[in-house]
Design a protein around this ligand. Structure first.
Ligand code: URA
Length: 433
């Protein structure tokens, strides 16, 4: 078999066999196939696509390119969740403790943020001392003993994805449904859980800009999960506006703590309860309505916040942060973003808000950029809210005041104000199972 033959076959719109896909993935991961041929291959896939069977074979080949975590020593059904990424998306920090406190073990491997989207690992690292680099042994031990662990990708998990994702990023081949689905699902399947709940975001702050694309990605990932023998369900949720009121690492941890204390913004709470309920349902805890009530009860009775504190303590973070979020890093510089005209907020472009937050220091333009844990944006107003001219829409936080003008420049283009009242929009847009 030759890499060139596979490139030509895909370039001409052919269907690749399981063996051919495996040959390509193994060859590229081990360095036998060079970047220039892998780039051409990815571009051929980008333009001509893969069908569901090819995508499943690609996922399997990537999954088996490295270690697969074995959680079989932990009793019960283990669950994992994955969000396709968004702005202000701190749901893992809320959901994982809720689900674990209801007796369902959560074994979660998360990523870092890149560009306008945040990453759970960066958020957790804003908690002083918190370790996100657990070994596989520690990860399994913590899930077994306290029912929860959230860590960065351990060891040699799906190394094919690491290499391919970097190449896709550099060759304009990220935005292909099969490549995205195989990338996400190879990592989820390698993480070893029995149940996978996917949060596929759609809108201006998401990868998938339209609901139609989000549904297609959700369908593909659910089919891959089921094809690999895992119970898999996807919710499609809105990311046309930021989720919750806080964007940025420490700010998002404090908002997650608020939700677990029964406070915080209603939109974030709704999405978290729905995702948690679906995780509990898929783990066999009862019908969906009962699972919703379990999730709400874990907040009201304080068992979920207790579980978060236990996890923070176990991973060497300062548990006092959970009792008092003022112990989180706090930015020395603040600025206000003010409305230029009166009316009702019609649109808040989530991607631009994520970009502005990144410019303040909360995110990375490049993979190796250092994050300012205290940086970000605190929204005072959200879509549908009424504003007067000169009223504060948001407060900007940063450790470097020189960053403020550029961020404010982006924010000015991120809002639409209507003279007429703007109706609210639903947050949960669909379910694929
Ligand atoms: N997230 C991933 O892990 N992979 C993709 O391809 C896109 C988003």
């Amino acid at each position: 078999m030759f890499a060139l033959d596979l490139i030509i076959k895909k370039r001409n719109g052919g269907k690749l066999s399981k063996e051919e896909i495996r040959y390509f993935v193994n060859g590229y991961t081990t360095g036998q196939i060079p970047d220039y041929q892998a780039s051409a291959f990815l571009m051929a896939v980008y333009f001509n696509g893969m069908d569901t069977e090819e995508t499943l074979w690609l996922t399997e080949a990537m999954l088996h390119s490295g270690d697969v975590v074995d959680l079989s020593c932990i009793p019960g059904i283990k669950v994992d969740k994955h969000s396709t990424g968004g702005v202000g998306d701190k749901t893992t920090l809320v959901i994982a403790p809720i689900v674990a406190s209801c007796g369902v073990p959560v074994a979660k491997m998360s990523g870092r943020g890149l560009g306008h989207t945040g990453g759970t690992i960066d958020k957790l690292e804003s908690i002083p001392g918190f370790r996100t680099g657990l070994s596989s042994e520690e990860f399994v031990k913590n899930v077994k003993e306290i029912g929860i662990a959230v860590t960065g990708q351990t060891g040699n998990l799906a190394p094919a994805d690491k290499k391919l994702y970097a190449l896709r990023d550099a060759t304009g081949t990220v935005e292909n449904l099969s490549l995205i689905a195989a990338s996400i699902m190879s990592k989820k399947l390698a993480s070893g859980s029995d149940v996978i709940v996917l949060d596929v975001k759609t809108g201006s702050g998401a990868f998938m800009k339209t609901i139609d694309e989000a549904e297609k990605l959700a369908r593909l990932m659910v089919d891959i999960g089921k094809g690999a023998g895992k119970r898999t369900v996807a919710l499609i949720t809105d990311m046309d506006r930021p989720l919750g009121n806080k964007i940025g690492n420490a700010l998002e941890v404090s908002e997650a703590v608020d939700i677990l204390n029964g406070r915080g913004p209603a939109d974030l709470r709704e999405v978290c309860v729905e995702l948690a309920a679906n995780m509990l349902f898929a783990a066999g805890k009862g019908d969906i309505e009962f699972c919703r009530s379990l999730a709400v009860e874990s907040i009201e009775k304080g068992t979920a916040i207790k579980k978060l504190k236990e996890m923070v303590e176990r991973q060497d973070g300062d548990p006092g942060v959970v009792d008092d979020t003022s112990k989180l890093p706090s930015a020395p510089f603040r600025a206000e973003w003010k409305a230029e005209e009166p009316g009702y907020i019609e649109k808040m472009h989530a991607e631009k808000l994520g970009m502005a937050s990144m410019l303040l220091g909360a995110g990375r333009k490049h993979k190796d950029d250092v994050i300012d844990p205290s940086a970000g944006i605190e929204l005072v107003k959200k879509p549908s809210d009424k504003v007067e001219a000169g009223e504060t829409i948001a407060v900007l936080h940063t450790s470097d005041e020189n960053r403020i003008p550029e961020a404010l420049g982006v924010l000015k283009t991120a809002i639409g104000i209507s003279p007429d009242p703007v109706p609210g929009k639903p947050l949960i847009l669909g379910k694929v199972h």
